[in-house]
Design a protein around this ligand. Sequence first.
Ligand code: GLU
Length: 426
Amino acid sequence: MATMLQTVHNHAPSEDNPFQIAQQQIKKACSALKLEPAVFEILKEPAQVLSVSIPVKMDDGKVKTFTGFRSQHTNVLGPCKGGIRFHPRVNMEEIKALSMWMTIKCSVLGLPYGGGKGGVICNPKEMSLGELERLCRGYIRAVASFIGPDRDIPAPDVYTNAQMMAWMMDEYSKIQGYNVPAVITGKPIALGGSLGRAEATATGCVHTIVEAAGRLGLDLSAATASIQGWGNAGSNIHYLLSRLGVKVVAVSDSGGAVYNADGIDYNSLYMCKQTTGSVVHFQGGKKIDPEEVLTLPVDILIPAALENVITAANAGQIKARLVAEAANGPTTYEADEILHEKGIVVIPDILANAGGVTVSYFEWVQNMMHYYWPAEEVNQKLQGKMIQAFRETYDMSRKHRVSLRMGAYMVALDRIAAAMRLRGWL
Ligand code: GLU
């Protein structure tokens, strides 16, 4: 513990350790707000982290054991909430950091949740549907006593989807002996999912881009953008931005990157990704180095994949006026300071990608009520929440002359500290 305190107080976080970055960001905002030292002391570590081994019968008849995690950061504002990621590079430090960011994200949006996050070290791209189903069910059996509609509510994240949420909900319900749709969000509509949830991260992100562009005097109908990561968030952002007249000139995914100065047509790219599995095979543009997607002379840059892609090494070359973080943690601590000094406006992850968890919240509310809203109602409520959170963040950052990231942290931590005070924790 003493070592950890030293790390937090005396040194910049190591460039690529998301957990140290998350701690440092929270610490900085707590100091700026002059909060009681106990606030950071409570928030600097997740309340509970569970590590589990999940044996899965593979298609070849052999048993393979996977490692999974679930981190619950704090329940000060309500049950923990956050996705489950399936990825070969998942590790405990990352999951802890992601659960801390979920706490802050939920609080920025005024949702009655604390942060949670789960992950399994695996490569879903190399697994059959049957193997994935057994892994999803095994993960839920392993964490079943740790989660629940009033305790911790998972959802999709990187490389997990609605079908996987369906298997997980089914497994949890079998354990309980009755249907428990509210244990997990991001489900298919037929099993209690919410209309608008699948596109919610992208929809919310585009609301924040519109708000930021308005304040920057950036005309979106004449703007260009590049998108790093073309999964659920990145591809839907491409679609929505195109409808606003933004020209998306470059995109990348784990297979590679393409560029077209005249703009990349969403529908053609979608067909290409569906049929070939990667944007790299797209004929309507030229192949470029995926690293270049980040440093092109565009108005808006959207990192929409994983952590630590904007680093001290490339931040100086970024030319966008606006960065909208659809991914969680794409910018390292040092890189963030470089972008701020360069006057590049960053809509931070905890605001820019909060549309997903916001509609997850709506899904959970609908599950609890057994009463379902039309898509228009969901989208209208989402827009209201995103605009309000953007305004509160913007006002806080203006008042304290800090970045939008710090502004968002300060909005969130103000609420968290007030709840802690009232509970008598400080
Ligand atoms: N995985 C998403 C996130 O990072 C959504 C979480 C949720 O819906 O609970 O915000």
